[in-house]
Design a protein around this ligand. Sequence first.
Ligand SMILES: [Zn+2]
Length: 140
Amino acid sequence: MPAPNSPAVRRQHLLQQLAALGDLRPGSLVQTYRKCGKPNCACAQSDQHKHGPYWMLTRKVGRTTRTRAIPAAAVEATRAQIAECQRLRQLVAELIEASEQACQAQLEAARNASETTADAQENSAHSSSSPPSKPNSPAS
Ligand SMILES: [Zn+2]
């Protein structure tokens, strides 16, 4: 039976969190100010009178930066989507780590089993990894 904090259990928890992820998008939000181009507009006279702020989502794709306009009403949702994307990257990194440790633990368990007697090997093969009592059955 795996310990509560074993790599195999952590891996399972991470997979559950991955499955529960919401909308996500990569990139970062930046504010920009623009000149409209009309010669009579105040923005033509001074940078302080530029129009804005406008929200843009920028994202590096290869060597180029892709930019998309984000309506002000969608800024909050976009922030949440960006945070969710960062969470995905974090979860993936943790999943790779936990899975790597779980794989290594399996190798070491197999090596330990092969070093014991034939009887012990047979017993461990029959008991497998399932505990005698179901984990979600009430304790008392
Ligand atoms: Zn203008």
